[in-house]
Design a protein around this ligand. Sequence first.
Ligand code: URA
Length: 193
Amino acid sequence: MALNLLLDTTKKLSFCSSCLASGDLPKVVVGRGNPRARLMIIGEAPGAHEDEKGEPFVGRSGILLNKLLESVGINPEKDAYISNVIKCRPPNNRRPTKKEIDLSMPWLSQQINLVDPLVITLMGATAVKTLLGNNEPISNLRGKWQSWEGRLVMPLFHPSYLLRNPSKAEGTPFSLMREDLLDISNRLKGIRK
Ligand code: URA
């Protein structure tokens, strides 16, 4: 109930007008998947496809993310809730500013608490920096479980990074991502909500 309220409210309110430049306001892209899932996946910010559709990860990165999840037995619609740190598309797809991240954090924090996931995966540097305050490269952080406010957290490569590094050979970002997702899938099998 509370979650539906948040979703309704965020869809109706253009709260991003407080942090983005004036002009055409982008859509508020809240989340997709199962808001009761035990796994919450957090990326950076919506891009053009996401802004058009009003859902996160529906462009090339999202298609790859779905495939990767399915390859380890995670159904993206039933077993995961997918969202972003920033709920509106930054102009020209630029990196979100610190001010935008700071303004988004209360929404993200509320969203995490309402979904109440057992495991959070942070995809890419913005999500990792926002929740863990860590600036290290993802290659140093991936594969190591961490925690945020008592919840299990796994940093992951962003799917757009995999699209730019498509080799699937052993030791490449692609194969490491699969290892990490398998680890997450196994962890989820071992814990109940
Ligand atoms: N990249 C992101 O970080 N989020 C999206 O929703 C799409 C692409």
